[in-house]
Design a protein around this ligand. Sequence first.
Ligand SMILES: NC(=O)c1ccc[n+]([C@@H]2O[C@H](COP(=O)([O-])OP(=O)(O)OC[C@H]3O[C@@H](n4cnc5c(N)ncnc54)[C@H](OP(=O)(O)O)[C@@H]3O)[C@@H](O)[C@H]2O)c1
Length: 320
Amino acid sequence: MSDKSPVVIDLKFERESVVAGLKNAFPGREVIDMALAENVGRDLSGIAYAVVWKPDPALFSRMPDLKVIFSGGAGVDHILRAYELPDVPIVRFVDRSLTDRMSEWVVLQCLIHLRRSLAYARQQKSREWRDLDPQPEACDVTVGVMGLGVLGQDAVRKLKVMGFDVVGWSRSMKVIEGIETFDQAGLDTFLARTDILVGLLPLTEETRGIYNASLFARLRQGGALEKPVFVNAGRGGSQVEADIVAALEEGVLGAASLDVFEKEPLEPESPLWGFENVIVTPHVAASSDVRALFRHAERQMIRLEEGTSLQHVVDRVAGY
Ligand SMILES: NC(=O)c1ccc[n+]([C@@H]2O[C@H](COP(=O)([O-])OP(=O)(O)OC[C@H]3O[C@@H](n4cnc5c(N)ncnc54)[C@H](OP(=O)(O)O)[C@@H]3O)[C@@H](O)[C@H]2O)c1
């Protein structure tokens, strides 16, 4: 029998992707998949690891020997808020596949708004052949990214490659070549420069409701896109949807792209579905690739078992 600790899997992801991801995952380690009926009442003592996304509320109390919790996603608000947690490290998911996906989504949204793709799609429907002027270049538009962590830093670099003027904002000051950066004290200056605001912040007590009417009112008006655009793929709890709707109706915002919502799934009654200048995607900007998640968790388990430190450990006080 292997001397590697078994791993408990409790992932409320699309089931097929978990089953496929588990094939050949965690070599030499027993996998206890909590979605299987045979594991429902199982004794989970002696097990050191759990890989979770929205797990059963009783899971952690059933694991007295738990050493590490692995979050199934980059965000950990789903665990920190809803559970009584044992005092063990929480490792979040950081992986190239997830980072690339997020940057693809962010760059795509910025280009859609820059190149007026929504308006051209409407024209195509009515078979209308007409130039829309003016047509600014990417270098005329400043994209301001809130959150310069793993995802934000990759996004700013790729936006820069596309030619955008890029600025960034984070809790602590960052130095990123070619990008002007601001810390919390520089928020007003950062907003006043920004034509497209991109949200890549985690949801914490400090960032809850941060994208609100007061913040939208401080974005640059009269820039190359005329009105500012709001793009959010961080967490829906950071945005005040009633304020987004009002800002769109009043012309404070010219458009938006939203991947995350205060309540998910977004309710059919939400007015956000109905705006012709708003793109809604169902929290898919950077879905976790389950195989990559299991490879990442296994790497971290091996690090721990070999006596090296874990990577990507959450700061529970900061909340991310
Ligand atoms: N929509 C999706 O599909 C999807 C997929 C994956 C992740 N996400 C979301 O994306 C978030 C970011 O992921 P990540 O991997 O980039 O996280 P990360 O590496 O932890 O970076 C978080 C960034 O936000 C900044 N920040 C946190 N609190 C702040 C505050 N109060 N004021 C100013 N800046 C603050 C941090 O500042 P410091 O640098 O100073 O610490 C850091 O730059 C995740 O937490 C998750 O919610 C969404």
